[in-house]
Structure formats: structure tokens, C-alpha cells
Ligand binder design. Structure first.
Ligand SMILES: Nc1ncnc2c1ncn2[C@@H]1O[C@H](COP(=O)(O)OP(=O)(O)OP(=O)(O)O)[C@@H](O)[C@H]1O
Ligand SMILES: [Mg+2]
Length: 356
């Protein structure tokens, strides 16, 4: 008995995307089915190279095809094409498919650390990534990435962002001389954000990660008004004060029509390097509980690890400096979950799926 294209597609209709809650054939992921003497080759084109279930999906699809009568071999090639989020009337930035903001109300909870490691982890998974530091008073991104170069200006008078650890980065810290105090008013901030979006030569980006300053407000408003933002990741620590600030940040993003992609709890716990005892310095579980209360996805917990801090100080983010460390793994998992949430938002806007 010989197998045909329709048999293959019927079998692949039983493979679900767990995030999009639909089968991979209806989602249009299955491409180039080729059958030669019972050997079946096909491509599964995911919506992100950072898909957390990529390997499981490949294995399931191959297993199901291999089980069909008459099949001698089943090979799935996994590719990805990141979809752009629709504009909603706001002018999209050419070349930038998804803008992901990282923020929270509270200072010092690890927003920049999260933004930097998220951006680098997405790039490690094969995505094209940019990072934009919008903190004019404490621009930490250049140091955390180890970027000392000034951005160049191209022939077309556009700003060429320096690259580090596989991502393109731009920061107020690169444009404003250090130790020179600058007082920024709302409209100036708006202008700077606009310039960073439109006058920087980002090229083609799957994700532009935007590090928000503490207190959010002006920059978030400026972004929300001018460009389509795929979503925001909120960072909290377990303490009650931090959690309540994040609640306010979530309310603000919702008011600005920026989808909240989820919350991450940073400095969640500390594991002693000598006795491996786990200490919950700031308490535990505040982030998960808050996420549940607010109806937003919980994206994970990052432990306190001195390597997170030293990596930041030395310009080698922990996801590259010590990828096996639990804190690095937490950021790498975060990248997968954020990419999945961005895909969900994009597919909803494109009406490929109705609900999450
Ligand atoms: N999980 C962690 N373990 C150890 N140190 C951490 C961790 N997360 C962040 N840090 C350290 O805490 C400090 C503050 O982090 P970071 O600058 O990312 O916070 P922030 O929220 O961006 O601050 P700001 O509000 O000033 O922008 C940094 O020195 C950073 O290295
Ligand atoms: Mg910061």
C-alpha cells in the first residue's frame, strides 16, 4: 500500500501546538511534504525559533508519520518564521516584527538584567534580536553587554547599533556622555524613543526587546502611542512591595492596550554554594500568586546567583557566561515562554486563532 500526501496531512492533524491550541496543519505550519518510496520528508515551520516544544513536536510528528502503513522513514525539518504583530493603526517600524517591553514599577528588581539575558537567549536560539535601553538616568545596558563602542552614523545619517553577544543594542548611555546630568522632559523622552525606533538601522529583527526605566510612565506611554507593542514582560521580586508595584504596572499596560505577556519572579531564592540549602530571602511565590490573581502567565523564577551580578558588571550575561547555572536556565526558559506568548498574540491579531 502506498502512502499519499493526504494520509500524511491527516496524521499531522493530530499534532497540536500546545500554546496555540490548534493542530499544526490548520495553523499552516506543515510545508513541502515529499514522499519517495515510502520515505516521507516534510517541513514544520514554527512561529519562533525559540519555541519551547520544538523538539517534542518534531519527535511526535515523526513518530506519527512513521507509524503509518507503508512508511519506511519519516523526517521533519524544523524551521521558523516569526510573524509580525499587526499595527492597529499605529505605524509599525519597518523591519521590526515584534517589540517586547520589559518593565515594572519598582527600581532595582532586575529589569535590565532580565531584558539583557532575554535578548541574548532569544539570539542564542536563532532569532534576530535588538535591545533598546530607554533608561536615560541609569542606562546600564552597555555595561551589561560589555559594549564600549559608540554607535556609528551611516551614510544615510542613520545610527548603526553596536553588536554584542549576537544582538544589536542601542542605549541612551551611548549617546549621552557619562557623568553629565541630563534633565529629560516628557516630550524629549518621546523624541528620543521615536529616534531609537526609526533612526536606528536595526535591519530585520524578529524581536526588539525594550528595557524600560523604573517607574515606567513616560516611555511606555510614548511607545504605546506610536508603535505596535507585542507585549510587556513584568519583573518582580517576591516581596509584597515589589509585587504591588507590578500590579500597578500591569494596570498601566492594560490601560495602554499593551498585552501583558507574563510575570517573572527574580531573586526568587538563594542556593548556598557550600551546603546547597535553599533560602528564600525575600519570601517565595509572590510572583506566581500575583500572576494568578491578575490572570497573566507566570514565566518563571530566577534564583539569586552572584554570577548574574558579576556577569552584568563584566559585560558577559550569565546565559553566555554560565549557561548551565540554574539562573541562566531560568532566563533561557523565559525566552522560550516569551516567544510563545508573542506568537499567541500575533496569531490572535492575525485571526489564525480565536483565543489563547
Ligand atoms: N538574580 C540575580 N542574582 C544576583 N544579582 C542580581 C540578580 N538580578 C539582578 N541582580 C543584580 O541586581 C542589580 C540590579 O539589577 P538591574 O539593574 O537589572 O535592575 P533594574 O530593575 O533594571 O534596576 P533599575 O530600576 O535601576 O533600572 C544589578 O547589580 C544586577 O546584577
Ligand atoms: Mg534598569
Amino acid at each position: 500500500m502506498s502512502i499519499n500526501q493526504e494520509d500524511v496531512l491527516t496524521a499531522l492533524r493530530t499534532v497540536q501546538d500546545p500554546d496555540l491550541h490548534k493542530d499544526i496543519v490548520s495553523l499552516g505550519f506543515v510545508k513541502d511534504v515529499r514522499i519517495v518510496d515510502g520515505a516521507v520528508d516534510f517541513t514544520i515551520e514554527l512561529t519562533t525559533p525559540a519555541c519551547p516544544v520544538r523538539d517534542e513536536m518534531k519527535a511526535e510528528a515523526e513518530r506519527k508519520i512513521a507509524a503509518l502503513p507503508g512508511v519506511t522513514a519519516a523526517r521533519a525539518k524544523m524551521t521558523a518564521e516569526v510573524r509580525a504583530r499587526g499595527g492597529f493603526g499605529r505605524q509599525a517600524v519597518p523591519g521590526i516584527r515584534n517589540i517586547v517591553a520589559v518593565g515594572a514599577g519598582k527600581g532595582g528588581v532586575g529589569k535590565t538584567t532580565t531584558a539583557v539575558n532575554l535578548a541574548v537567549a532569544l539570539a542564542l536560539k536563532g532569532a534576530r534580536v535588538g535591545l533598546m535601553d530607554t533608561d536615560v538616568y541609569g542606562p546600564n545596558v552597555p555595561q551589561m553587554l560589555g559594549v564600549t563602542d559608540q554607535p556609528r552614523v551611516s551614510g544615510e545619517k542613520r545610527i548603526v547599533p553596536p553588536e554584542a553577544h549576537g544582538i544589536k543594542a542601542i542605549s541612551m548611555g551611548m549617546l549621552v556622555p557619562p557623568d553629565q546630568p541630563v534633565i529629560w522632559r516628557g516630550p524629549m523622552l518621546h523624541g528620543a524613543v521615536q529616534q531609537f525606533m526609526r533612526d536606528v538601522e536595526w535591519g530585520e529583527l524578529d524581536y526588539l526587546v525594550v528595557d524600560l526605566p523604573p517607574g515606567t510612565g513616560d516611555v511606555s506611554l510614548s511607545m504605546a502611542q506610536s508603535v505596535p507593542v507585542a507585549g510587556a514582560v513584568v519583573v518582580t521580586t517576591p516581596q509584597g512591595v515589589s509585587v504591588s508595584d507590578v500590579r500597578k504596572a500591569v494596570a498601566m499596560f492594560r490601560q495602554l492596550n499593551i498585552p501583558v505577556l507574563g510575570a517573572i519572579e527574580n531573586m526568587s531564592y538563594f542556593v548556598c554554594g557550600h551546603c546547597q540549602e535553599r533560602t528564600e530571602i525575600f519570601g517565595h511565590g509572590g510572583g506566581a500568586k500575583m500572576a494568578e490573581d491578575l490572570g497573566i502567565p507566570f514565566l518563571g523564577e530566577v534564583p539569586i546567583d552572584t554570577r548574574v551580578r558579576s556577569g552584568g558588571d563584566e559585560g558577559a550575561p550569565i546565559v553566555v557566561a554560565a549557561p548551565e547555572a540554574p539562573a541562566a536556565q531560568a532566563f533561557i526558559d523565559l525566552a522560550g515562554r516569551v516567544a510563545a506568548q508573542v506568537s499567541i498574540q500575533a496569531m490572535r491579531v492575525l485571526k489564525v486563532i480565536q483565543t489563547a
